[in-house]
Design a protein around this ligand. Structure first.
Ligand code: UDP
Length: 456
């Protein structure tokens, strides 16, 4: 029998491509052949960022399909992108599979898809190909999405996902976070009702794919979310993939990493640096951007700040006047950091984060305390885990202008760094997670079991 050949199809966003690439590279190390599908738009970015096309012993191949949008269209408008993917991608994925299957050496033995892009799993099932889904966010977010029929029965939302009880708080079990329903992902992801409805229907469609998939993996672990895995025992925890692999030099980044920050970190005292990063989507308005800069200045501590080229609405970032000169000796900005390596560095003291699930896992796996600054999607839920359940970080409070002010930033940095209990809990949580992905741990065993299944 030839090598298994797995077609990997993530949702086309940075926070999805990275964990799928982490899992793919792990599978390649186990002798499995991977064809990794990006949209053409992201494919170009990945090749540009990595500097070349990847080929891990010839077993990892990057392929691409169109996402259905025109060149200049805004892919950060999630509703629009989703609508286009639903329209065009099933046919593209089907054609790709037929192309591979035409060659005896390339036949697809399994499709590893994203539950957030259930349409690829549907296509594989239709063609009679075994399917595995990876859920790249928290287990609890999956439980919430799958509970939509219950939310409708309880009168919390209507059949279109519109919120009916705006002030009701939601708790699925005594040990899970309390959720404000305005933070359901289809509601907080876009203010337009049309986009909200597209997202709601998309989640319902993905929920169906979840039910028909042969196996479902989750990038989380029992130690982080025991209650989520109790509620849905069918889901297999194999994460955190970033901690399991520690592969470095990842070929899934949309932006080139700036390695100069690692030398800069080497020069900073141990446990001194505030790391500030908001993932791939978050966009700041000018007032909030300036306030963050002034808050970092006010802390009087070294900081490493990821300022993506598209992090503000305008073309040029408007730093407060004189800011760059004033912080020159203790602040460093980069447009994209090697975040895994940064969070592992001994000079890091804390992480000001938007609480995307990957960033959350990466901070937790390295025992770094958080200051939570969520924007949308599942980030509020992750904030609740960090500050309320695991207690390894603090929340920021917004002021009467609706922004996080410079004094609040200074105050919370000092409170966090002065709190030995938070630091101790963060180290304990890191130990639990490390044990889970280490030899013989829960996640390690589940991942090995999955590889055996793929090979069989
Ligand atoms: N990331 C990175 N360098 C940066 C900022 C982010 O490599 O400067 C990575 C980060 O390590 C994480 C991913 O980008 O793996 C962002 O995913 P997350 O789920 O945290 O947020 P999203 O981008 O989906 O909002």
């Amino acid at each position: 029998m030839g090598k298994p050949h797995v077609l990997v199809v993530p949702y086309p966003a940075q926070g999805h491509v990275i964990p799928f690439m982490e899992l793919s590279r792990h599978l390649v190390k186990q002798g499995i052949k991977i064809s990794f599908v990006n949209t053409e738009f992201n494919h170009k970015r990945v090749i540009h960022a990595f500097g070349k096309n990847v080929s891990e012993n010839g077993f990892l191949r990057l392929v691409s399909v169109p996402d259905g949008l025109e060149d200049g269209e805004d892919r950060n408008r999630v509703g629009k992108l989703t609508e286009s993917l639903c329209r065009d991608m099933p046919r593209q994925v089907k054609d790709l599979i037929h192309k591979f299957n035409a060659s005896d050496d390339d036949k697809i033995s399994c499709v590893l898809g994203d539950i957030c892009l259930g349409l690829a799993l549907d296509v594989a099932a239709e063609l009679g190909i075994p399917t595995v889904a990876l859920w790249p966010a928290s287990m609890f977010q999956l439980v919430l999405n799958l509970s939509i029929p219950k939310h409708i029965d309880d009168g919390l939302i209507d059949e279109n996902g519109t919120l009916l009880m705006k002030d009701k708080m939601l708790r699925l079990s005594p040990t899970t976070p309390v959720i404000h329903p305005t933070n359901f992902p289809w509601i907080n992801i876009d203010t337009s009702p049309k986009a909200q409805k597209i997202m709601f229907d998309f989640i319902l469609r993905n929920n169906k794919a979840f039910e028909t998939t042969d196996r479902v993996l989750c990038n989380s672990c029992l130690e982080l979310e025991p209650e989520g895995f109790n509620l849905l025992p069918r889901i297999i925890p194999i994460g955190p993939l970033s901690a399991a692999n520690r592969l470095g030099n990842l070929s899934g980044n949309f932006w080139p990493e700036d390695p100069t920050c690692m030398q800069w970190l080497d020069q900073q005292p141990s446990g001194s640096v505030i790391y500030v990063a908001f993932g791939s989507y978050t966009v700041f308005d000018e007032i909030q951007f300036k306030e963050l800069a002034l808050g970092l200045e006010l802390t009087n501590r070294p900081f490493l700040w990821v300022v993506r080229e598209d992090i503000t609405k305008g073309k040029h970032h408007v730093y407060p006047q004189g800011f760059i000169e004033r912080v020159r000796n203790r602040g460093k900005t980069v447009s994209w950091a090697p975040q895994g390596a940064v969070l592992e560095h001994p000079s890091i003291a804390c992480f000001i984060s938007h609480c995307g699930w990957n960033s959350t896992l990466e901070g937790v796996s390295n025992g770094v305390p958080f200051l939570c600054w969520p924007y949308f999607a599942d980030q509020f839920l992750d904030e609740s885990y960090i500050s309320g359940i695991w207690k390894v970080g603090l929340k920021f409070e917004r002021d009467e202008r609706g922004i996080i002010g410079k004094e609040e930033i200074k105050r919370k940095v000092e409170r966090l760094l002065g709190d030995d209990n938070i630091r101790t809990r963060a180290v304990e949580l890191k130990q639990k997670v490390t044990k889970s992905v280490g030899e013989g741990g829960h996640s390690d065993k589940a991942l090995k079991d999955f590889v055996e299944w793929l090979k069989s």
